[in-house]
Design a binder for this molecule. Sequence first.
Ligand SMILES: Nc1ncnc2c1ncn2[C@@H]1O[C@H](COP(=O)(O)OP(=O)(O)OP(=O)(O)O)[C@@H](O)[C@H]1O
Ligand SMILES: [Mg+2]
Length: 744
Amino acid sequence: MVKLTLPNPKDLARRWPPGRSRPQDAEAAPAEPRPPPPLSLFFMLSHLEEDGPVRLDGVKLAVLEVMGLELDEPKLGAFAGSLNAVDFPVQLLVRQHPPVLSALRNNLMAAQPDDLPRQSKDAADSLGRLLTTLETREGILDRRFYAVCEHARMDELRGLLARAGLGVFPLAGNSLKLLLLACALGGSPNERDEEQELEVEVNRRDIRIDGHLTRSLHLGKWPRSLAPGFLQGLMAAGAPMDLSVHLGAIPTEQAARTLEWQKVRFESAQSLSFKRGRSLSPEAEIALEDVSRLRSEVQRGRERLFHASLSVTLHADDQDTLKDLTQKAKAHFAATLGKLDNLAFRQREGLLSTLPLGLNAVATWRTLDTSSLARLFPFSPPDLDTRSGTLYGIDLRACAPIVYDPFDGTHLNANTAVLARSGSGKSFATKLGVLRGLCRGVRAYVIDPEGEYTDMARAAGGQVLSPGVPGQGMNPFVIDRGDSEELLQRIGSLRRLIEVMVGERLSAERRSSLDHALASYYAQRRKRTGFRDFYAYLEGETPEIAHLLRPFATGSLRDLLSDEGDDLLTHEALVTVFDLHLLEPELRPAAAMVCTETVWAAAAQDPRPRLLVVDEVWSIMQHPEGAAFMVSMAKRARKHRLGLQFITQDVQDLLSEDNSRTITGHSGRALLQNAAFKLLLQQDAAAVSAVGEAFDLPEELQRWLLSCPRGDGLLLARGNRFPVRIEATPEETEVIEWRPGPRH
Ligand SMILES: Nc1ncnc2c1ncn2[C@@H]1O[C@H](COP(=O)(O)OP(=O)(O)OP(=O)(O)O)[C@@H](O)[C@H]1O
Ligand SMILES: [Mg+2]
């Protein structure tokens, strides 16, 4: 039995093996050295400092977490370039284990508003249960990538990996400790009871750690040629594993000498064969060619040679599963003529090689050139799990939950664009996002031209407003006049809104007098601002523009705007739907803008995470002023912590660069550029190539988007593409698809 605790600095003297002096403080009078306690899992770890583990040989290490990237030729090229500049030993580590979602579950519980109605609460609880089942669902894994080197070389390694386009974060403190424990004990990093006693049994072909089994294997015979994505095939097999590649550069002169020697050997074999009247075997000829090519590349500095070693530690709960996983892993390498060795009686060394200690305890190496090593690129596929926020779906390629918080400040903005054909699940995905958001305190507003969200809002305990119905008018004219920049921008927004209300493009002259009227209206210290008040002011200043707005002041549209309804915040509902379906279709864009502007005014007063959904955004975008309004809103949303979600099925119109199309000019693209997240669900054949071109999607992804089932799609975020499945629990679906009627 051993205790779980990691050794700490004061244990160093005690743990240092007898007969050897400690390199760190050899001068100081050494305490009486005693053999290390039987901490068999950490037997090469001296202790853990705040920013790195210290090995028993005194070497302090840095452990960097690396963010995954999608694999493609340019990235492999960049990675090869970085490898060429590495001249110190590096360990690359991939860990994939069932996810631990308890922290996320607890955070979601803690963020639940007190006033959740029963049905929403049931939905929130069911999401908690879904997270629990994901922890044990077959094939779902949390994959993380690390790089380890001597602490002194950390900045160099960071720089090199960053040059290859990889995001790198050094681990320290608790996250470092949890990683070390997880590496030794298996599983994803997780808080553990360190006082717990563990039983560790090192067997011939496996190690049993408290009822859980690990088996380490070593790549004894490397595949003849490594294809890009080779390791990803192994990871996709879905086994919990720690895979470690150790590498060290061979100095160029030594590499050139070795290659020269090999070349001479082949050449003498060739001349010997010729003398005997035979020619060289085809294999030997290829080998000679390879060596000659490599030698000249090495001499030119384009390639280098490395010592490399690959070990895998598999994890399972029982012998049968372990056997099965071992067979799968071996078969993967055998398919390319490689061979994974069993490491009989060397399981400790095997396990040690996959701990983040920069040690290849198995001690066998293979020589590889830069290009081959680069093709091993282990930092792929990426996933989108920032471990905070809420669940957005399941990543179908990385087999991992997609978890993020658009409002956590690490993204460009919190905006999402949803583009897909009719009936592909756009509204379903959006409603699910609204529901999961409101269950963690993110208030939502929905601009709903078709009246699609009203039932869901009622079921979730929200409110439905129908601008245009007496008593439900909006007041977007409230501006905080203390903030001059905000004032200027809002005046611009109101001017665009008025232009869309008027229904015609104003002449330059009228536009400037409208601007002037707005500016002078707000310059006066009025206590309360509102449309009717402004209208009265306008009648005195520029009666011809006032005349155009008359229907909104006294005519048939007088109920759209009011001087009162600016108190969205007084009793802010969990979700507020602006139901526009009763309005004439030609009025909806103006009404949608009125609502958007009113939400903006509320967000400016009290910034906190809020979601504003604009469905059928094309109806606003088809007016030049409406398009400019939306783009400017998307650019500014972040300022007041607003996340815009715009939805459209008219993908072609949105992406078109043709000014004569309904959506004007480049504003559709500008709108997309201002969305950090883009969700592409099923596309129709007419639109798919425009989508493919706009988002630079390879052919196979375009084909997939044509045929993927409803609710599946591609999420574009952080420069990567994530194939996603949007999955709701039955309780959530009940809220999303709730219909009033005799059934309820
Ligand atoms: N992820 C999903 N899981 C389960 N069912 C789904 C999912 N997505 C969509 N559906 C089903 O498909 C139906 C149509 O989806 P939805 O109304 O969201 O499509 P849409 O893209 O908004 O269509 P439209 O363009 O007509 O507005 C939904 O009523 C729902 O039953
Ligand atoms: Mg819809």
